[in-house]
Design a protein around this ligand. Sequence first.
Ligand SMILES: Nc1ncnc2c1ncn2[C@@H]1O[C@H](COP(=O)(O)OP(=O)(O)O)[C@@H](O)[C@H]1O
Ligand SMILES: [Mg+2]
Length: 247
Amino acid sequence: MTILETRKLSRRFGALNAVSDVSLSLEAGEVRAIIGPNGAGKTTLFNLITGKLAPTGGKVIFEGADVTGVPAHALVRRGIGRSFQITNIFPRLSVFENILVGVLAGRGKTTNLFASLLSFETEAAEAREILDRVELGAKAGLPVSALSHGERRNLELGLTLALNPRLILLDEPTAGMSVEETASTVALIRRVAQSATVLFTEHDMGIVFSIADNISVLHQGSIIAEGTPEEIKGNRTVQVAYLGEEA
Ligand SMILES: Nc1ncnc2c1ncn2[C@@H]1O[C@H](COP(=O)(O)OP(=O)(O)O)[C@@H](O)[C@H]1O
Ligand SMILES: [Mg+2]
């Protein structure tokens, strides 16, 4: 089953075609990497898919429905999660409270939130389960300010998971992480991918080749190649355009 399709999706910034006629098709359960050099249009493409940015052309189809132009908050409710929104974290709440807020938001229960956070037993159990999934169970009671950069990124991912997305977009999930944090995030993405479709960008080709089922290569706003990690490694066009002439 196709979960996400983009049809000739395009975005211009003035004279610049940041994303140009991008047609992608993701199968449910797939882990797809979008690779390409800086400025290739990866983040812009993610912004178009998640409704953060309106396309200047083309369509986004999610689970068979045309969601082009649907705003980001509505797409989150429909099952598209993205994890690169550090602003969603409430710095003065604890790690656990942050996830609980996310779980409650996903169930439309935000209105009476501060009345009695801990009266939501079902949601609290779900929040604890999510914290375990993102390896923050032991940090549940700490204020967010006590977390390392990598732990904050895991918390962001936890917030994304709290909304039960069926499609998750991760824009450079390991950016700025230490070697240890990167390894744990890679393991985490693998686990997340067992219950959702994942679309991600990543600079580290080792990570890309180890977690992606398929790779789409973006170059100057256009998809220039698509295939399995093996196919992409052996693709001459990709080697020249992306990995460098010497490759
Ligand atoms: N809001 C914007 N206004 C103008 N140009 C932009 C904007 N966002 C991105 N761009 C340009 O679009 C191109 C693609 O950027 P981006 O999607 O961030 O690439 P990537 O994520 O692959 O590094 C770049 O040339 C960038 O400068
Ligand atoms: Mg980017």
